[in-house]
Write a protein that binds this ligand. Structure first.
Ligand SMILES: [Zn+2]
Length: 184
């Protein structure tokens, strides 16, 4: 192995070991996570970019998505707390949109919120749009995938420092891509 390749492999392995570590202490650390998100992709993986929109009709989404994902993503439903296997997913990798495959979070952005939904303190930059909804009478910040418009969850301000953000995401709206190419 060439020395440069070896160094790169070691650096990537160091990143992988940090999967699901405590959040960085500073915003600069968070920015690093956002900048380095591609190091969590499996080697040779090709993923879509936020600037390639996916527009399907409701019927087309219904055919494309499993019933649970359709209900959450296209009708702004919420999965039952504690039901997602992704709550316990701790491997290094990428959480992508179940609707369109856009990478949304890395494993390093995840934290254990104890809420029963996969939770993240920041996102890969530029992947979500937000709006206010009033389904529970008080206003909540809803967020959805910028590429396919699929609803993912709600954003709260009680996350861990330094961001203080909690992206409370439905597991059925996510697809996990392990970095080592293992079973999703
Ligand atoms: Zn999407």
């Amino acid at each position: 192995m060439e020395r440069r390749t070896l160094l790169k492999a070691l650096a990537l392995a160091a990143f992988a070991r940090q999967a699901h570590a405590a959040p960085p202490k500073t915003m600069k650390g968070v920015e690093e996570l956002q900048k380095n998100w591609k190091t969590f992709l499996p080697a040779g993986a090709s993923v879509p970019s936020p600037s390639e929109p996916v527009k399907l009709t409701k019927d087309e989404w219904k055919k494309k998505l499993p019933a649970e994902s359709f209900k959450v993503m296209r009708e702004e439903g919420t999965e039952r707390a504690g039901t997602s296997p992704l709550n316990d997913e701790k491997r290094a990798g990428i959480f992508a949109c179940a609707g369109c495959g856009l990478p949304l979070f890395t494993s390093e952005m995840k934290f254990d919120s104890g809420t029963g939904w996969p939770s993240f303190f920041t996102t890969i930059p530029g992947v979500f749009e937000t709006k206010k909804d009033y389904y529970l009478i008080y206003p909540r910040v809803e967020y959805h995938c910028i590429r396919c418009g699929g609803h993912h969850g709600h954003l709260f301000d009680d996350g861990p420092p330094p961001t203080g953000q909690r992206y409370c995401n439905n597991g059925v709206a996510l697809r996990f891509i392990p970095k080592d190419g293992g079973k999703a």
